[in-house]
Ligand binder design. Structure first.
Ligand code: DX5
Length: 214
């Protein structure tokens, strides 16, 4: 199956966590990455899971850790031990630009690529000092914390802005991504689509993933 240039990253937050390994098996031959939404109940109102769950996962899919936590630098060591491939933290959780750049370096030193996430209301200018230093930009198209929310189309302008500034940058979108909104995401310049509800509520996961690729 020829794959479009866009990567598809299922988010396990919307999976049946009581049968998590089966859920991963159902996407492993079709997805590119697997996203773990780590939530601390403080930076976001929800509490999800962390390194102990990642430790149990059996998959060859690259693990993409999305840290929705207030102190992301505290979490890097445990994920380094688990050899996760990508770690993204929120710009809103690390206000100081020097601290942001140091955290990007620490993530890279851990062996993972380093990303920064922006909430829908956070402009790209918030990270102008680190923008050239990131491996990945995660543009949230929902307010973080829960799966199954509605897509916030206003963030597409931010995606286009980032794509224009760094055409080769991996731009990930996350939240409310489905077959329809994926079209706008791809046109705006997103190159990696995270989807939870659209994929894990589908009977045919292969078809759902292929619909996101367009
Ligand atoms: C929300 C998370 C998303 C979520 C996926 O805070 O970051 O990754 O699990 O959202 P949906 O279900 O909208 O694809």
């Amino acid at each position: 199956m020829s794959r479009s240039s866009v990567l598809i990253t299922p988010s396990i937050l919307s999976a049946d966590l009581g049968h998590l390994q089966d859920e991963i098996e159902s996407v492993k031959d079709h997805a590119d990455w697997l996203q773990i939404d780590v939530m601390d109940g403080h930076f976001v109102p929800n509490l999800s899971f962390g390194a102990p769950v990642v430790k149990c996962l059996k998959t060859r899919l690259p693990i993409d850790v999305h840290l929705m936590v207030s102190n992301p630098s505290d979490r890097i060591g445990e994920f380094q031990k688990l050899h996760v491939k990508h770690i993204t933290f929120h710009a809103e959780a690390v206000q100081d630009s020097k601290a942001r750049r140091a955290l990007l370096q620490a993530i890279r030193k851990s062996g993972a690529t380093a990303g920064i996430a922006l909430n829908p209301e956070t402009p790209l200018t918030k990270i102008e000092d680190s923008f050239d230093d990131i491996d990945l930009l995660l543009v949230m198209s929902v307010h973080p914390g829960f799966g199954g929310q509605g897509f916030i189309a206003e963030v597409l302008a931010k995606v286009s802005e980032a794509h224009a500034k760094r055409p080769g940058l991996m731009i990930q979108m996350d939240g409310g991504v489905d077959q329809e909104t994926a079209v706008a995401c791809r046109s705006a310049g997103a190159t990696n689509l995270v989807a939870g509800n659209f994929i894990f509520s589908a009977k045919d996961r292969a078809k759902a993933i292929s619909q996101l690729r367009g």
